[in-house]
Design a protein around this ligand. Structure first.
Ligand code: KG4
Ligand code: ZN
Length: 356
């Protein structure tokens, strides 16, 4: 990571003091994709404010996120969003202990808006700057929703860009158990939704449509893949697209709700079976869910049922903390700060940053 060289002694000392006292009010900024968000989070667990400005309507007409439009909109939104977060928290810059920002993974132009803004704010307010991995943010949303949750636990992270099963051994320490070999789960949902004519991002709409459909209406292939806990969604997606095209060519009605329900069923079974197997095999007592797809109603219900059946505790954030937000970044930042991990003003965006 860049950003290690330009940390003044004064800032290092401030960070060490916060580490020693174990308390911090952090203003967190998130701009990795199509949400401009800011939040004030106290001690990694208490959300004092959380503001999310979504660009979804802007990108929907293009069927996906247009990176240049995203960057430009972040530039417009970041100042009012940060001001709103401070206002909602009834705080000013003087009340804060540190500034946190998502520096990767994500769209480089989008990330740079948040990173540059956070650097400017940290410099102006003379506060430590904490760099946060977006995926770690998703995992940390669980700390906000469940005050008693502490590592170790196994976490299934399913978002628009990532699908991972990790063992959270301790704060900030992850062991990779499995991951997708091709598409991310959210990406698969969005592509399946698109073929049914649903607007971007189709995941939430496909979830809704599925409630009216028969999950066993469509025969989808049972995907076999070498890694015991690895995923592959592209075969399922292609099978679905082919079947829909074939129906259309034959002039048949496309039963959208049945197709949505069958696809969702197949994806949820795969996600939950492998995550629960990984948790059982590693002897985990607690399983958590994270990422945008964690707001899928069926995934939430099925994971809960399967974990309970194996005698494991199950934790998930409320849907508003599953999709992109800055509160989760503020939580992750607190635990990084407690390890003394801060950045200098040479921090750069890291679009391909990995969690493990
Ligand atoms: O975590 P997130 O907000 O952004 C990334 O970091 O990628 O995830 C967004 C993804 C999108 O693909 C969206 O369609 C999907 O999460 N998603 C859902 C649901 N809500 C959001 N997928 C299925 N069912 C949902 N209810
Ligand atoms: Zn995300």
């Amino acid at each position: 990571m860049d950003g290690q060289t330009m940390i003044p002694t004064r800032i290092r000392e401030k960070a060490m003091q916060l580490q020693a006292c174990g308390h911090a009010r952090i203003l967190a900024i998130e701009s990795s994709c199509d949400e401009t968000a800011a939040a004030v989070v106290e001690d990694g667990r208490i959300v004092r404010s959380s503001i999310i400005s979504s660009q979804i309507p802007l990108h929907a007409m293009y069927g996906g996120v247009v990176p240049e439009i995203a960057s430009r909109k972040h530039v417009e939104s970041i100042e009012p969003v940060v001001q709103e977060a401070l206002k909602e928290a009834k705080m000013s810059l003087e009340d804060l202990d540190a500034i946190a920002v998502t520096y990767g993974p994500g769209l480089v132009g989008a990330l740079l808006v948040g990173v540059s803004y956070a650097k400017g704010l940290a410099y102006a307010a003379d506060l430590p700057l904490i760099p946060v991995n977006h995926i770690e943010g998703h995992v940390s949303a669980n700390y906000l929703a469940h005050p008693g949750l502490e590592p170790p636990f196994v976490c299934l992270i399913a978002s628009g860009g990532h699908s991972h099963i990790v063992n959270v051994e301790e704060y900030g320490k992850y062991i990779l158990l499995g991951q997708t070999m091709d598409d991310a789960a959210g990406e698969a949902f969005d592509k399946a939704a698109r073929v049914l004519g649903l607007p971007y991002p189709g995941g939430p709409l496909l979830d809704k449509l599925s409630k009216e459909g028969n999950p066993h209406a469509l025969k989808l292939p049972h995907v076999k893949i070498a890694g015991k806990y690895d995923y592959s969604f592209s075969g399922l997606k292609t099978a679905l697209i082919n079947q829909v095209h074939a129906m259309r060519q034959r002039g048949e009605d496309v039963p959208a709700a049945d197709i949505a329900a069958s696809f969702q069923y197949a994806v949820v079974e795969m996600l939950s079976d492998k995550a629960v197997a990984a948790a059982v095999d590693t002897g985990a007592r607690t399983v958590a869910l994270a990422g945008g797809v964690a707001s899928n109603s069926q995934l939430r219900a099925v994971m809960e049922g399967k974990c309970r059946a194996h005698g494991m505790d199950f934790r998930m954030p409320p849907p508003i903390l599953c999709t992109d937000n800055a509160a989760m970044i503020g939580s992750a930042a607190f635990y990084r700060l407690m390890k003394g991990e801060i950045a200098g003003l040479d921090l750069n965006a890291a679009p391909s940053l990995r969690l493990v």
